[in-house]
Design a protein around this ligand. Structure first.
Ligand code: MSP
Length: 517
């Protein structure tokens, strides 16, 4: 890897019809962890998130709240911006689709599509779901228990008849299939790739890309009776944020095509079918990867406002701690699969893996050093074969984690890290530095040095997942803030014997202890 290679990662932009919930926090968290990892690994990262503010759904929500859509979106977008700060997300831009820069970008891509002959005027007669902001063919609909037609997602649909511009999506079937074939990792996980491929193989209809029956959107250039379909508008945010339509803009040149758009499985089709087709038709490059993650249920139930079981990420943070929730969400469920949220599972991960496995390891080692080594990084004597093997395993961890994160396997990355944490606990028990204290203090120093070095690396590698706690651990092993990137992982950054260490403090409290205090 060349130092400072660009890496561009995006979240979906969130509809501002509602308060942020666990689904939003989950997608952005995954992106944040990857963005942090890549930065530590020497990449020049652009991490984008934002809000999707146009369309009928948002317009209706504003009407319901009895305020004009702009004031409404200003208010709700602010909640999403606050969430990014409260959850310690490291996005370097926050885009709102009501910004002028975005209107310019949308109108420009439209003009490109028109001049390429990819858009024509017609009229739409068919089904539309406001909740999904999606058009559905008759054959896609299902019936609910009252015999009403509904979308396959369970959303209400309405019959629409209005003049509309169409994008010639039907002509893109073969080119898309060919694109998927040539880019086998464009859609991950692979099961999702197969779903998309079969959908496209089934034939594509031309796509309605403008609406005339309401006003809240970007006007179609040259025909202001129409506004652009909210998904064409929304998807374009990914290039607006890097300077498009200025394609020689420094950021556009550096960051496009995006390395990855992480999205939920429900919006895969828009990203993996429509988006590359729009871009290719406009003469622009498609992104390199779309990763679709699964959905959370809450204690076995589908999450929905009507069931009243929506999970508020801020409440979770307050109850369990931010790093604890960040860890849980990425550890509990293989990224890509659906998963169930349960409070008992959160507590069990906090107490078992964070407090017992990792927290105790650090606490045991650092308090022994504090008491027996004058509060300084101990001297190391000669390493035994066991010490060398032990450190070699830890030194090798970065490449294992890097490989896992290259395919967005956050859970595998965490599992490999915890395997080394458990192995470190095994090493400390086997070496029993507390008995060496009297018998062989030099050997005790070497064992504690080895363990402190292991803690340094484990803390470094867990930074993207649990940034605050890992940062505190690094403070406690005396690693200053400028020495925490991965160029100093492994042998290069080994702790210096004799360095003064601060007094150790626990970084991962047990959940019950928090309740008691
Ligand atoms: N505005 C569109 C995206 C446009 S991107 C160009 C949109 N917005 S959304 O607010 O509805 O999307 C939210 C994100 O949250 C999606 O990635 C969706 O998958 C995710 N989730 C919503 N509920 C979820 C769960 N219960 N579990 C996990 N993620 C879920 O779609």
């Amino acid at each position: 890897m060349v130092k400072n290679s660009p890496f561009y990662i995006t979240t979906p932009i969130y509809y501002v019809n509602d308060a942020p919930h666990i689904g939003h926090a989950y997608t952005t968290l995954a992106c944040d962890v990857l963005a942090r990892f890549k930065r530590l690994d020497g990449f020049d990262v652009k991490f984008l998130t934002g809000t999707d503010e146009h369309g009928q759904k948002v317009e209706k929500s504003a009407q319901k709240a009895r305020i004009d859509p702009q004031s409404f979106t200003d208010r709700v977008s602010k909640n999403f911006q606050d969430l990014t700060h409260k959850m310690n997300f490291t996005n370097n831009d926050f885009i709102r689709t009501t910004e002028e820069r975005h209107k310019i970008a949308c109108q420009d891509i439209w003009k490109r599509l028109i001049s390429a002959g990819e858009i024509y005027l017609g009229s739409y007669a068919g089904w539309y779901s406001v909740r999904d902001e999606a058009f559905y063919g008759e054959a896609e609909l299902i019936t609910d228990k009252d015999g009403e037609k509904i979308a396959p997602t369970g959303a209400e649909v309405e019959w629409l008849e209005e003049p509309s511009y169409f994008f010639k999506l039907s002509a893109w079937q073969d080119r898309l299939l060919n694109f998927y074939k040539q880019n086998p990792e464009f859609i991950l996980p692979l099961t999702r790739r197969n779903e998309v491929t079969s959908f496209v193989e089934g034939g594509l209809q031309d796509l309605s890309v403008s609406r005339t029956s309401f006003k809240w959107g970007v006007p179609v250039p040259g025909d202001s009776k129409h506004i652009m379909y909210v998904w064409l508008d929304a998807l374009t945010n990914y290039i607006t944020a890097i300077g498009y339509p200025d394609t020689v803009h420094e950021e556009y040149q550096k960051y496009w095509p995006a390395d990855i758009h992480i999205v939920g499985k429900d919006i895969l089709r828009f990203h993996a079918v429509y988006w590359p087709a729009f871009l290719l038709a406009a003469g622009l490059e498609p992104p390199k990867r779309i990763f679709a993650h699964g959905w959370w249920t809450n204690e076995g139930e589908k999450i929905s406002k009507s069931l009243g079981n929506v999970i508020d990420p801020l409440e979770l943070m307050e109850t369990y701690g931010l790093d604890q929730i960040r860890y849980f969400l990425l550890r509990e469920v293989p990224f890509g699969n659906d998963g169930d949220f349960s409070r008992s599972a959160v507590v069990s991960r906090i107490n078992g893996e964070l407090a017992n496995d990792f927290g105790n390891l650090a606490q045991r080692v650092l308090s022994m050093i504090n008491k027996n080594c004058n509060g300084r990084v101990p001297k190391k004597g000669d390493f035994t074969e066991e010490d060398k093997d032990f450190l070699a395993r830890i030194d090798g961890l970065l490449s294992t984690v890097r490989e896992a994160l290259n395919v967005q396997a956050f859970h595998t990355a965490l599992e490999s890290i915890w395997t080394e944490i458990r192995n470190s606990n095994h090493y400390i028990d086997q070496q029993a530095p507390w008995t060496l204290k009297k018998e062989n203090p030099d050997r005790m120093d070497t064992v504690l040095y080895t363990l402190a070095e292991a803690i340094r690396q484990l803390a470094m590698i867990t930074q993207p997942f649990v940034p605050e706690a890992a940062g505190k651990m690094l403070d406690q092993v005396g690693v200053n803030e400028t020495s925490r990137d991965f160029s100093l992982y492994g042998i290069k950054g080994r702790l210096k014997a004799g360095a003064k260490l601060p007094k150790p403090e626990g970084v991962f409290p047990r959940y019950a202890d928090q309740l008691d205090s």
